[in-house]
Ligand binder design. Structure first.
Ligand SMILES: Cc1ncc(COP(=O)(O)O)c(C=O)c1O
Length: 298
């Protein structure tokens, strides 16, 4: 499926649905009910707000149904374990179910956010991206004690996007000590001589992408530690995330001002995207049944 050409106007690596208005305005789940996102709040004193001490997940929604909800929730539980947070699984599922019910049979993305202060929040909105993007190489020391955990502390990621934009690119590709890691909000797949590879979350401090796992169910994708030269030598580059399952890269910008143009989509990217789209369409989750018996969440 082609994404609707639409250039997001929001913050670096932001969420385009933030700008949507009218029928496409995002909805939130807060204090046990669905409401317009602009009316939802979190307590000022919540450490999730004060210190970014919180976790989240973002899940693709097609025709009102999630894709790969269970792997996303499994990762939410892993993130919670890494930060000593407790997930109320039934409240999370209820938030998602109620947001999906309110959203109807539309495409988009649904997020759940769980803070140190115990606030559970949900958000659903549209997720449209341009037909292709350019990436700026941003050298950054990427490892922290919680690298690879999907926390709300994305200020460093947002910093990387701004660095990339200063190079003239749309988004960043993080390179640490000459090794390509990931995008601030996505995974990267390199294609060379028809072979696909992606940075290995088992050996690098990056997020273990659910979308890469889905792609690996339909295509051979080697898990590697790609060098910057591998990136620059790629015939095609494609970005993957739950909300961008197969976004072609049309150029790589280097810090020294050089720029490498790429076909977008190239022939292999086109094949990958077709296979992934068919896989997603064939494995959408059953609509969850809202469970009103669960205790109310804050
Ligand atoms: C830092 C980072 N890497 C990779 C990804 C891709 O993960 P997924 O495919 O599970 O969305 C994301 C998604 O938001 C991310 O934030």
């Amino acid at each position: 499926m082609e994404t609707t050409p639409h250039v997001p106007t929001t913050t670096a690596a932001g969420h385009p649905e933030d700008d949507a208005a009218g029928a496409d305005a995002p909805l939130a789940w807060a204090d046990d009910r669905v409401l317009p996102a602009r009316e939802a709040t979190v307590p000022l004193t919540d450490e999730g707000f004060l210190r970014g001490d919180a976790i989240f997940e973002a899940v693709l929604v097609r025709h009102g149904r999630t894709h790969a909800l269970e792997p996303h929730l499994a990762r939410l539980h892993r993130s919670a374990a890494a930060l000593d947070l407790v997930v109320d699984d039934s409240a999370v599922r209820r938030a998602i179910a109620e947001l999906l019910a309110a959203w109807g049979e539309r495409d988009g993305a649904v997020r759940v956010i769980l803070t140190r202060g115990g606030a559970l929040r949900g958000l659903i909105g549209t997720a449209e991206w341009p037909p292709s993007i350019s990436l700026g190489v941003v050298e950054a020391p990427w490892r922290t004690a919680i690298s690879g955990v999907k926390t709300l502390s994305y200020a460093a990621n947002q910093w990387a996007v701004r660095q990339a934009r200063a190079l003239g690119a749309d988004d960043a590709v993080i390179v640490d000590a000459g090794i390509v890691h990931e995008l601030p909000t996505g995974a990267v797949v390199l294609i060379r001589d028809g072979a696909c590879s992606t940075p290995d979350p088992g050996r690098l401090p990056i997020l273990d992408s659910v979308t890469v796992a889905a792609l690996r169910e339909v295509a051979e994708v080697a898990l590697v530690q790609p060098s910057l030269d591998d990136l620059l030598g790629a015939d095609e580059v494609v970005v993957l995330s739950a909300t961008r399952p197969g976004l072609p890269v049309h150029a790589i910008h280097l810090p020294d001002g050089r720029r490498r143009d790429l076909p977008a989509p190239g022939p292999v990217t086109h094949q990958l995207r077709t296979a992934l789209d068919e896989h997603i369409a064939g494995t959408l989750d059953e609509p969850p049944a809202p469970d009103r018996s669960a205790p109310a969440a804050r």
